[in-house]
Structure formats: C-alpha cells, structure tokens
Design a protein around this ligand. Sequence first.
Ligand code: ZN
Length: 92
Amino acid sequence: MEGMVSEITPMCICGGCGRAIEKKFVFCPWCGQSKLAKNSSVSEEERMEQIFNRLEEMQINNRFERLEKMENQLDQLEKELDALVLCSEMHK
Ligand SMILES: [Zn+2]
C-alpha cells in the first residue's frame, strides 16, 4: 500500500510542446526543451508574443483616440453650423 503512493511521479507540463513530463527531467523527452533554460529566462517566442500583444493594444488605443478626435471635430463643426444658422436667421 505504501509503495503505491511513492510510485506516483510528480509531473509537470513542458513549456515547449505542452506535454506532461516527469518533474525530474531537465530536458523534455518529447521536444528536447530545457526546463532550466525555460525557468531562467523568457523564451524568444513568448517575448515576440508579448511584443505583438503590446503592438495590438497600441493600435487599438490609437484607433480609439482617432475616433475620439473625429467626434470632437464633428461636435465643433456642428456648433459652427449652429452659429452660422443663428447668424443667418438673425440677418433675415
Ligand atoms: Zn516538450
């Protein structure tokens, strides 16, 4: 009975291929990804993904800003139009 408990090997998920590997392995037997290297630094792929995510965020923010500016311009145009209409009505 006691032996059964100790037979359970601690597993973890490989950061390279996503498969379950034994925790004692330093390298993934499936794809060869080093767990040590993974832990010490962010992989190139992850860094690229972070950059892309930030770029996308910036683009979305830019679009919102542009929309807001356009809305402000429209508001101003509307005000100017109102003023013009008022002026022309006053001169009747
Ligand atoms: Zn792997």
